[in-house]
Write a protein that binds this ligand. Structure first.
Ligand SMILES: [Zn+2]
Length: 288
């Protein structure tokens, strides 16, 4: 299978920059769908299945977001701010099939919201606001920071090295509210005895990954709202490492599309989200 990037200066490519938050979110979801489709095609080729043996991707300096002429320098014009995890398997531009000058990115383990992260987004919201249409928090399945928080929650004595390392503890502490929320959501749906279930730890991690992204999105919206008058709708999602699909609910066998969801607005919305996440895991057979 050949992946071909093709540039023809005599075949200009029209670039449609998002003009609203809805268009911006759709551009990210569409970009992720292109990645998911490409991954599926390559996996099919790996398995020797029949199908197209080449994919042609038209490019130009404009679509790449690099200078069109030698010596030119572009203004910074991202249409989305994105906060994601530092995990090497989740490069944000690649996950959303975006290029130079399209996303203002901060990556930090566990996609938590520290002061410096917030400062970066505040700068962007104040100074790059003309083209910015939305803000997205992206978590991912199997997140190491969330796993560390779950391990510390379940067995604090076994993972004392995390608890007694100031820098690591500051990360884990920020994720812990999502872990506690996940534990409560699972207990509400399945009862306290579920803690002895062999999949309990895995379920706790999966639910906490989604809640953590949603909580960070909630925090970003509140904090950005106090430092700028620009109203930036804040969304969240989670990248599933098996398929690379971004969704707002765990991927199941029937999942055929991706999505991003607006940050919850209050405690009851978080409770409802926790219930929904646990019900998906029950339907998947992870919990029963
Ligand atoms: Zn991670």
């Amino acid at each position: 299978m050949d992946l071909i990037y093709r540039y023809d200066p005599f075949q200009p490519i029209v670039v449609n920059r998002p003009t609203s938050a809805e268009e911006a979110v759709q551009a990210l979801v569409d970009g992720n769908r292109r990645l998911v489709d490409l991954v599926a095609r390559m996996q099919a080729a790996t398995l020797g299945e029949e199908g197209a043996n080449e994919a042609v991707i038209p490019i130009s300096p404009i679509t790449l977001g690099v200078p069109f002429f030698p010596g030119a320098v572009l203004d910074q014009e991202p249409f989305a701010m994105v906060l994601g995890c530092s995990d090497a398997r989740v490069p944000l531009e690649s996950v959303f099939d975006k290029s130079f000058n399209e996303m203002f990115v901060v990556r930090i383990a566990g996609n938590v919201l520290g002061t410096e992260c917030l400062g970066s987004f505040t700068y962007a919201a104040r100074n790059l606001g003309r083209n910015l249409k939305t803000m997205v928090v992206l978590g991912h399945t199997g997140c190491g920071a969330v796993t560390a928080a779950v391990n510390t929650y379940l067995e604090p004595n076994e993972y004392a090295d995390v608890g007694f390392t100031y820098a690591l503890r500051s990360l884990v502490d920020r994720v812990m509210i999502a872990v506690r929320g996940a534990a409560k959501a699972i207990a509400r749906c399945c009862g306290d005895k579920i803690e002895s279930h062999p999949n309990y730890r895995a379920a706790l991690i999966e639910v906490a990954v989604f809640l953590n992204a949603a909580i960070t999105a909630f925090d970003v919206r509140n904090e950005i709202g106090t430092v700028t008058t620009k109203k930036l709708p804040v969304y969240y999602g989670v990248c599933d490492l098996q398929t690379m699909r971004v969704t707002s609910s765990p991927v199941t066998a029937t999942t055929t599309s991706g999505d991003l969801r607006p940050a919850p607005h209050d405690a009851s919305a978080f409770q409802e989200l926790g219930r929904e996440l646990v019900e998906v895991l029950i339907a998947k057979g992870v919990l029963d």
